[in-house]
Write a protein of this length. Structure first.
Length: 114
């Protein structure tokens, strides 16, 4: 956990399941990145942190498909619009873009002010 994440979570006392959601998405996105790397003939770095920022293009349609993996954690199916049209350049790029959007959707479902 980074200091920024720790501070953000202390400031936002909501029950948003940030850690569980991010862990599931990170695992799913890493699987997509590994498959993409394999299909394109290169290997991702062994270090997970480095692999997460490795430049591996991920198609938006593929990323939309993995959104169903977080339905149980969120309690609803996220909107397809959570994913950026055109996809992402790395796992971290995808997480940085999707996590705030998922949190806003969760807050709206919980009746919290967004």
């Amino acid at each position: 956990m980074t200091l920024a994440t720790e501070i953000t979570e202390k400031v936002k006392p909501s029950g948003f399941p940030h850690h569980a959601l991010e862990a599931i998405l990170r695992d799913e996105l890493m699987a997509v990145a590994e498959a993409e790397a394999d299909m394109n003939g290169f290997a991702l770095p062994k270090d997970a942190g480095v692999a997460a920022v490795a430049p591996v293009p991920m198609d938006s349609l593929v990323v939309v498909e993995i959104l169903c993996s977080v339905e149980d954690v969120l309690g609803f199916q996220p909107k397809d619009a959570t994913v950026r049209t055109g996809g992402y350049n790395s796992v971290q790029d995808a997480l940085d873009h999707m996590m705030p959007r998922l949190e806003k959707q969760w807050q709206k479902k919980q009746g919290e002010t967004v």
